[in-house]
Design a binder for this molecule. Structure first.
Ligand code: EPZ
Length: 426
C-alpha cells in the first residue's frame, strides 16, 4: 500500500476576513479509524472498514499493518485488511516515531500471537504521553515485558483474565486492553475506562468479531474467544473535525451547515459554542447549522475526558477566546504541555498569559496576519482558524502536522468561501 500522502512541509496561505457560508461534509474519525484498522490483526479473516479518512496517520497505519505482514487495499470508500498472513510482530521505530498510536498493535499481537515488539514511543510536543497503564494491564494478563535498546519486548504464553482499575482514564490504554482481552475466554473486568465515542466504535467492532463486552458507567466486562471473526464496519464521523468547522463558521461571522456528523457526540462542543453566542440549530441527528451573528462572548473552559470538553478542541476554542468580548480562562487538564499554539497566536496579536495548565485570554479587537508555525495537529488547526479571522495575510508553515488529522481541510474551507491556498514546499 503506497503512502498516498508524503510528509511535505507545505504551507497554507490565508487571506482573513471572509465569513464562511455553505454546506460541508465531515470525514470519518481519525481516532476511531486507527484502533479499528489495527483490530483487524485480531482475526485471520478479511475485515472491511468504511469511511476511513485519507490522512497521514491512516496511511501510516496501512504501512504498519503491511510491515507486520497484513495485506491492505484501499478501495472506493472502504479499506480491506487481510491479516491472515501476519508473520512479523515488530513495530519499528521508523513508524512509531511518526505515529505514537502505533502502540495499539501491542494488544492484538499479544492476544493472537503471544508476542509483540514495539519501539518505545517518545514523548511528543504536547506531553510525556507515558503508556504505563497499557503495560500494567499486559502484566496483569501474564505478559513478560522487557524494555531494551529503546524497544518494548512483550511475551505472553498463556493469557490470564484481568481485573484492573485504570489509574488514569486513557483512550488508547483502554483500547489496547480491550483488544488484548478479546483473546481471553474467561471473564475480565476493566474499571475507570475511557468512554470516548472512538473507544465505543472499537467496542462495536469487537462485538461484531465475537467478543462479549458489557459496559456500565466506566466498567467493562469482557469475555473473548480464541478465533475472532472478520468484520465490516463504517467508522463514525470525526467529532473534532466537526467541532473545528463549527468554530470556523462562528468566528468568521458565517452561516455553515455541517453534514455527516453524529450530533450526539458533540454535546459539550455545542454547549460551549452556544455559551459563546453562536446560533446552533440541529437540523437532524446527522447535521446542524452554525451562525455567527455577533461577537463571541468570553468563556471559561476546562478540558476533561468524554463527555467533558475535549482537549482536542482546546486550541480551536482558544482562537474564539482571542477575539471574544472579554477575558476567558482555559484550563488544560489532560496534557501537561498543550499550549504550543499560544506563542504563535501571540505573533498574530493575541493577548494570552499562561501559568501552569491555565491560559488567561484577553479578547482583542482583531488578530493580524503573520507567518506562523504548526507544532502539533490541533495547534495547526487553531492557526488556520486564526488566519481565517485575522486582518491580512497569514502563512501557516509545516502543514504536515495538519494533514495527519484533517482530510483536505483547505478544500473544505475553500468550498465555504475561505481564501486559502496550499503553497508548495519552498
Ligand atoms: C488519545 O490519545 C487521542 N489519540 C488524542 O488525540 C487525544 O488527545 C487523547 O486520547 C485524549 O483524548 C488517539 O486516539 C490516537 P490518553 P492517548 O492515553 O490515548 C496520561 C489528536 O489530536 N496517560 O487518553 O495517547 C497521558 O499522559 C490526538 O487526535 C498516562 O499517564 O491519550 C495523558 O496525560 C492528540 N499513562 C492522559 O493520560 C498511560 O498509560 C490522557 O492520555 C496513558 C495515558
Amino acid at each position: 500500500m503506497k503512502n498516498t500522502i508524503s510528509y511535505t512541509s507545505n504551507s497554507f496561505l490565508i487571506e482573513g476576513g471572509r465569513p464562511l457560508r455553505g454546506k460541508v461534509r465531515v470525514s470519518g474519525s481519525k481516532n476511531a479509524s486507527l484502533p479499528i484498522l489495527i483490530a483487524s490483526l485480531l482475526s485471520s479473516e478479511v475485515c472491511i472498514v468504511e469511511n476511513v479518512p485519507n490522512l497521514l496517520d491512516t496511511a501510516t497505519t496501512f504501512e504498519l499493518l503491511e510491515e507486520l505482514g497484513a495485506h491492505v487495499e484501499r478501495r472506493e470508500g472502504e479499506v480491506v485488511v487481510d491479516a491472515g498472513s501476519v508473520d512479523n510482530h515488530v513495530a519499528p521505530d521508523s513508524v512509531v516515531r511518526r505515529m505514537r498510536a502505533s502502540v495499539l498493535v501491542m494488544g492484538p499481537l499479544l492476544s493472537r500471537f503471544g508476542r509483540a515488539t514495539v519501539s518505545m514511543p517518545g514523548g511528543c510536543s504536547i506531553g510525556v504521553r507515558s503508556i504505563d497503564q497499557h503495560l500494567k494491564v499486559f502484566e496483569k494478563a501474564g505478559a513478560h515485558i522487557e524494555v531494551k535498546h529503546g524497544y518494548i519486548n512483550l511475551e505472553l504464553r498463556k493469557i490470564k483474565p484481568v481485573e484492573y482499575t485504570f489509574e488514569v482514564i486513557t483512550v488508547t490504554g483502554t483500547e489496547n486492553a480491550l483488544m488484548l482481552l478479546s483473546g481471553c475466554e474467561k471473564r475480565s473486568v476493566l474499571r475507570n475506562i475511557a468512554l470516548e465515542p472512538e473507544v465505543m466504535d472499537l467496542v462495536e467492532v469487537m462485538r461484531k468479531m465475537g467478543v462479549e463486552i458489557h459496559i456500565e458507567d466506566r466498567t467493562a466486562i469482557i469475555r473473548g474467544s480464541k478465533d475472532l471473526r472478520g468484520f465490516k464496519h463504517r467508522v463514525i464521523p470525526d467529532r473534532i473535525e466537526a467541532g473545528t468547522l463549527m468554530v470556523a463558521g462562528f468566528i468568521t461571522g458565517g452561516d455553515v451547515i455541517i453534514e455527516d456528523i453524529r450530533v450526539d457526540h458533540l454535546g459539550s462542543i455545542i454547549e460551549k459554542l452556544k455559551e459563546a453566542g453562536a446560533h446552533v440549530d440541529l437540523l437532524d441527528l446527522r447535521s446542524l447549522r452554525v451562525r455567527g451573528l455577533e461577537k463571541a462572548k468570553p468563556l471559561s473552559i476546562s478540558t476533561a475526558e468524554y463527555p467533558g470538553f475535549p482537549t482536542d478542541m482546546q486550541a480551536q476554542f482558544m482562537v474564539l477566546c482571542c477575539v471574544a468580548d472579554g477575558i476567558s480562562e482555559i484550563r488544560e487538564n489532560i496534557f501537561e504541555n498543550r499550549f504550543q499554539h499560544v506563542a504563535e497566536l501571540q505573533r498574530m496579536g493575541a493577548d494570552i498569559h499562561v501559568r501552569d495548565r491555565t491560559a488567561i485570554v484577553r479578547g482583542v479587537d482583531k488578530l493580524y496576519g503573520a507567518e506562523v508555525y504548526s507544532t502539533d495537529l490541533r495547534a495547526s488547526a487553531s492557526l488556520v482558524l486564526a488566519g481565517l479571522v485575522a486582518e491580512g495575510t497569514t502563512i501557516v508553515r509545516d502543514i504536515y502536522h495538519l494533514d495527519r488529522g484533517y482530510e483536505r481541510l483547505e478544500e473544505k474551507l475553500k468550498s465555504l468561501g475561505a481564501a486559502i491556498e496550499r503553497l508548495p514546499h519552498n
